[in-house]
Design a protein around this ligand. Sequence first.
Ligand code: GTP
Ligand code: MG
Length: 303
Amino acid sequence: MTDTRCGFVALIGEPNAGKSTLLNRMVGAKVSIVTHKVQTTRARIRGVALEGDAQLVFVDTPGLFRPRRRLDRAMVAAAWGGAADADIVVLMVEAHRGVTAGVKAILESLNERTDNAKIALAINKIDKVPTEKLLALTKELNEAFDFMETFMISAEKGHGCEDLRAWLAKELPEGPWLYPEDQIADLPLRMIAAEMTREKLTLRLHQELPYQLTVETENWEERKDGSAKIDQLIYVMRDGHKGIVLGNKGETIKAVSKAAREELEEFLGRRVHLFLQVKVRPNWLEDAERYSEMGLDFKDGNA
Ligand SMILES: Nc1nc2c(ncn2[C@@H]2O[C@H](COP(=O)(O)OP(=O)(O)OP(=O)(O)O)[C@@H](O)[C@H]2O)c(=O)[nH]1
Ligand SMILES: [Mg+2]
């Protein structure tokens, strides 16, 4: 047997930095949902990639920000937990936003929050800025923190991503692979399906509403004809929210359901019957069961 390498690479950064986009690119499939809005990812999502003899287990994390609600605190705890468990931490910073107050706050706690991990910097969205700006930003960030390496990438367009992956593979510890060769994710299918619906809701609903709902897969039935019948519940906090999610004559939920079903069919490679139901639960944000369904630790949300 040849010497194999394997380990965890945590992707951390402010909300919207492009962590999920990078995870999906590294894995070569959409494992983690992406939207233009902040705080899309709520829990740690693993995606697996191979590079030569190395198996890279990428860990997408929720964005790091100043939490207010229980859910926010649980998300931020999950993100730092991902960094603490990693062999390599990649901090992603948006090229066009530069060293924000949020980035400064992350840099301040990065050393104490990681456990001997190698820490690299990935300046993302380089497609948005001229090269001169990148050099200045690289200098500024490396003066603020001792990064092992700096990469300039576009997670969306792919620039620099192969170099990053090759470097990560080289830096991972020697060890046996943790996953079978053909596995790319380890999120249960019912959770992936719920996330897809949440993505479509987030894209469609305005302002605060996406932050005040959660989606769960209630039932998954394999049918004899090879299709899957999937029932999902959308928890919202108020009657008014329910009306907005349904939309005029149900048009919003119909559109969401169609978009989520199509993506799910592509992901699974078979037909899906998706049924969405909206439930009003004013205090779901304080409901421990909702957190375990999301893959979060309820206790992490304690103030
Ligand atoms: N122009 C450009 N946009 C990008 C790039 N990478 C990501 N984006 C966009 O940035 C937005 C946020 O991307 P996500 O991958 O959801 O960001 P995230 O860091 O996972 O965000 P949270 O889950 O909210 O923490 C999306 O609209 C992406 O399409 C890039 O390299 N260039
Ligand atoms: Mg994300």
